[in-house]
Structures are given as structure tokens and as C-alpha cells.
Design a protein around this ligand. Structure first.
Ligand code: SF4
Length: 308
């Protein structure tokens, strides 16, 4: 355990931040002190339950020594995880973290987020990029099997056929490159059905990202299939345990307050409490840091003066 002289002033400071706690409401199944708040959970027409409160994004150290939560971001629940990434990186950089490698789950990672983290904050973002969602439709050759020529704006397929020059297009607010292979070449190709994924008389069509993002996507998709990458990424394995710890041991999902600002205070207090527990476990009994001698009180100093 950490000595009380260290933890008590800390808790005293945290306690001063907290509003007075009202009594529990009897009708509240979650044990919240207020009646059920209608904007926390909604039931959709299909009967699906959806949370519309807040999300807590925690960043934890990994490696040697105790793993502690060093960054907490609170965002509205309907926001996607990836939308919080910019603020998370701003927080980490402001706190003085440099040469950072940030391990995230699939919800935070796209070729765009890898590129933005590197260029804007110098953060190396590591996580599994989504696999090609159309790979099953094209069991013969996936997009990675085609070779781009960025100067000529063409793709070359594994059978050596070169596409028409691609056309820039847009979808979901992103820029894409639409690549079409010549119909006569595909029509006579032995691998046409496996490659195009259809028995119809169509040629192969591929959507590429802009060059920089496409190169990132291709590189990461290749890397994440290797044993080395998986071993490297395994360092993040304990993070889910931290989420579980804050949720199940410290009630993170039971929001005590209304509004994002106060909820953020709750999230920080939860992280601080988790860190204190972890740090207390890091010092074996009897090996806590040496205690600084307290300065003598005025009464003690007066006694000394009188007895000298
Ligand atoms: S179907 Fe067309 S794109 Fe696919 S391998 Fe054959 S020639 Fe190349």
C-alpha cells in the first residue's frame, strides 16, 4: 500500500472537485442518484438498445514498470472512436510525450489516421487496418495483387494486363481512384470468373486510395499478417483488462453526473484511482519511497526555544 501521507492529500484534492452527492434514487436500477435520464439509453424501432451518453478514451503506458493511465478523453457516445483520436494525440503531446508509438484497436485506425498522426503529431499509430472488405467477392486476386504505376495512372494485373487510366471519384467524403480493366482482355482471360467475382460479362473494377494512403494501406495490410507484427502488437493485450477494471471495479459506465464536463471529471477520477491502486501494488510492503521529515510545528519550535 502507498503510505497515507501520500494518498490522503491526493484524495482530499480530488474530493474538493466533486459536487455534493445526493441520495440514491429508489427507482433507478443502475443505482444512479437521479431518476432515469431518458437521453442515456434509447431503444430503437428494432428493439436494439443504444447508448447515447459519453465514451471514455483512456491511454495507458505499456512496457516495463507499472502500467498507468496517462490520458483520458471524454467524447459523446455517438461519435466514432476514430473521431477522438485527434484530441487524444493533442492531449498526449501537450503532456510531453514524444517519440510515441500508440497502439490502438481497429476502431481508431485507417490509412488516413496513420498518416495524420505521423504528420501532425509525430505519433506512430499501430493497429490492425481493416482487411479488404471485397476480398471474398474476388477470390482470385485481391487489390494487393495488382501493381500500380502512379505516373501513368494505371494498374497491372497478375496476368500482365494494364488497366485504362484511372478516374478520380468521390464517395463518403473521400477521394477514390476508379480503375477499370479493358473488357476484351478480361473476356478472354482464364481467371476472369475468380478475378471479377461474377459470371457476367464484366471486366475487373478496382477502387484505389490516393497514392500516399494506398501505399500505407498496402504496407500495413501486409505487415499485419506477419508473426513479427503480431508479436509487436501483443504489447497492447493488457489494455482491455484496464477497460474491464475501470468498468467493473470502479463503475465507469454508471455516470454520476449530467453533462460532458462533469462526466470527464468522473473519468479522470476513475483513472486516478486506478493508477493509485496500481502504483500501490508496485511497491512491495516496506519498500515505499523514503518519507521526507515533516517540518517542526510552531509549538514544537517554541518548546525547543524555551528548553534551550
Ligand atoms: S480478369 Fe482481367 S484483370 Fe483479372 S486477371 Fe484476367 S485480365 Fe487481369
Amino acid at each position: 500500500m502507498l503510505p497515507s501521507w501520500l494518498t490522503e492529500p491526493l484524495w482530499g484534492q480530488f474530493a474538493a472537485l466533486l459536487p455534493e452527492r445526493p441520495e440514491y434514487h429508489q427507482d433507478q436500477p443502475l443505482g444512479c442518484h437521479r431518476p432515469r435520464i431518458s437521453d442515456r439509453i434509447i431503444i430503437t424501432a428494432s428493439g436494439k438498445k443504444e447508448w447515447i451518453g459519453y465514451r471514455d478514451h483512456q491511454s495507458e503506458t505499456c512496457g516495463d514498470g507499472p502500467h498507468v493511465i496517462v490520458q483520458v478523453t471524454t467524447r459523446p457516445a455517438p461519435e466514432q472512436d476514430i473521431d477522438a483520436l485527434e484530441q487524444i494525440h493533442q492531449n498526449l503531446v501537450r503532456q510531453g510525450f514524444t517519440d510515441l508509438e500508440h497502439f490502438v484497436d481497429a476502431g481508431y485506425i485507417t490509412p488516413e489516421s496513420i498518416d495524420r498522426a505521423e504528420r501532425a503529431h509525430g505519433v506512430v499509430l499501430t493497429g490492425p487496418v481493416r482487411a479488404d472488405p471485397r476480398a471474398r467477392e474476388h477470390p482470385g486476386f485481391t487489390k494487393a495483387d495488382f501493381t500500380p504505376n502512379w505516373q501513368a495512372r494505371t494498374l497491372t494485373c497478375p496476368r500482365g494486363v494494364t488497366s485504362h487510366p484511372w478516374k478520380a471519384t468521390q464517395g463518403d467524403g473521400h477521394e477514390w481512384l476508379s480503375v477499370l480493366f479493358p473488357k476484351p482482355a478480361c473476356r478472354t482471360c482464364e481467371a476472369r470468373q475468380e478475378c471479377t467475382g461474377t459470371a457476367e460479362d464484366r471486366s475487373r473494377h478496382i477502387i484505389l486510395l490516393p497514392q500516399l494512403l494506398q501505399e500505407i494501406q498496402t504496407r500495413v495490410r501486409r505487415e499485419q499478417e506477419t508473426v513479427q507484427w503480431r508479436q509487436h502488437y501483443a504489447i497492447r493485450a493488457g489494455c482491455e483488462a484496464t477497460v474491464s477494471e475501470t468498468v467493473h471495479a470502479h463503475g465507469l459506465r454508471h455516470c454520476r453526473y449530467r453533462g460532458m464536463a462533469k462526466t470527464h471529471v468522473q473519468h479522470i477520477l476513475t483513472a486516478a484511482g486506478t493508477d493509485i491502486i496500481r502504483l500501490s501494488g508496485h511497491f512491495p510492503p516496506g519498500t515505499s519511497p523514503p518519507r521526507q521529515p515533516r517540518p517542526a510545528s510552531r509549538f514544537k519550535r517554541l518548546c525547543r526555544t524555551l528548553t534551550n
